[in-house]
Design a protein around this ligand. Sequence first.
Ligand code: C2E
Ligand code: CA
Ligand code: CA
Length: 580
Amino acid sequence: MFGIFGNKKIADIDKESESLLFKPTINSSHDAVIIIRDRKSIIFSNHLMKKLKMIKTGTLVDDLEDIILFYTPVMKDWSSLDDLLDYHDKVNAPETTMFVGSKIKFDKKEIDGLSIQISTVTSEDNDTIFHIVLIHCPLEKINDARDIYHNALTGLPNQNRAYADISILTANTSPENSFAVIIMEMDNFAKIRSMAGYKEMNDLIILIANRLKELSKDERFKVYQLLHENFLIVVKDTQTINDIYEATDKINAIIESLKGMNPVYKHIGFSMGVSRYPQELTLDELLNGAYNALSRAKESGEGQIVISSAEKTEKKKLQLKDMITASDIKDALENEQFLLYFQPIINQPHFNIAGAEVLIRWKHPEKGMIFPDSFIPLAERNGMIVDITTYMLSKALKQMKNWKTFGFKPIELSVNLSAKDLDSDEFLPNLQALLNKYDIEPFRLKCEVTETASMINPTLTHKKLQAMKNMGIKISLDDFGTGYSSFAYLADFPIDSLKIDKSFIQDMNTNEKHKNIVSSMVKLAHTLGMNVIAEGVERKSDVKTLMEYGTDFFQGYFFSKPIPLLEFQHLLKNGIDVKI
Ligand code: C2E
Ligand code: CA
Ligand code: CA
């Protein structure tokens, strides 16, 4: 809807706002819109914005703090509009900033599940800056923020709220992150009600609700009430089945603790059905998964827990892979559906962010988030990978330029190359052109080539790596230990870093042989004048061992998963909190 601002040549937005075209369009918008001049005053506020909260034209931005506050996942706190503008100006302007999954608070009311979008437009003479703030807010949420989202008896957030929250979670959670949806249903509701009576049954439900609310003290848990005797619990960070059983144990402990309180209560029991993200990716899949699991749990007796099957998801992934075609990839490139995720690379001993590996994600409009393993091999077969690499390099270098402009501390970015890139005659000239275009010092860029890819044609690899080295670019040998490189080549290739493959790191604790191999790899790399990056570092004990061996850099879930840009920038600004 901002087409009319798209030319960025608004001579006088006051005049525009009076124009016949502009006002009715924005007033009939399903989004709440305000326009701010020079960070000071609101020069336009549409009908919906006024309905939301009487933010009138002429209100000063400074005064808004007392009227309305915003919660955004990026800033992780209640902030004023001025704070959001500040963030946008420092971090993202002139690009549009989207705060997805945000909330607003006014008059003790809260509305969540909003998207806030901030764009900047400059007047023709560059003298005036306009901020356009758009709040995408489903109408039904405005009509009554509180009541339609809570159970009248217990005050717990209800089904509407649960479904809205899960939709937001699926939209904002990257597939490296996980959460579980647990639907629990009382097993012998009718029997207990006939023993206890209607009023006592309500008291019992209130009691259960209050006890379950205590789970929310652990911020991974969020409790909802779907129906009278049905609860839904979202639990974040459930990487493994074990994490899920820990959660259901906690819930069962609460139910057990009620049994001694009243003779009737000893009959209380709950069956549970569990589904998992990212095994199930959408709200529908998660709910269907959990309900199907619940019905299987009920079939197998009282108090059973069933976790939605993972095999089904594996099959789904395979089908997905088969369905992707070369033309899908072409479309995705044209429509900018590929996103860059950033995984920090941490140095020692201070655990600062030295750089990041740039990892591709495909935000497909229908299929959701697709992981590289589902399309990179295909792209490598059909040659599209060269375009993908150029896309990733161009976005990464552009991002570095933005960081430079906004005064971020300089870091090194690592981009993955494939064997086809080394094969291509256009690759190196393209790369040089991109470095020139974005004016990036070449040593800030590191190219990762896997050990396997480097050995397909070692003579060619040597030539290309040497040419890159001469351009000043750094080189990392990726997935080291999984291929078969010979010492002769290893010593000869102009490599700056050796990246020890995660398979070695991951079973260091249980596999003494692998532990020794890792220690030898570190020594070998240092002997050859290379530094060492350990990837797949998931545990504190791994960090300790790797530090003893003198590993230079770490990458892995222990420090951070690959994360989207805004989250990564937050880490760049605030650092990573590491306790060893
Ligand atoms: P890779 O280059 O070895 O990238 C590291 C992979 O390990 C990433 O998977 C990352 O999410 C995962 N990882 C990082 N830390 C941990 C950890 O602590 N534990 C575990 N279990 N895994 C961890 P991702 O992002 O799914 O990428 C998979 C592969 O896809 C990459 O492996 C790389 O070969 C390829 N890839 C990703 N992005 C690109 C790209 O832009 N171009 C090319 N050519 N390949 C890419
Ligand atoms: Ca890599
Ligand atoms: Ca790797």
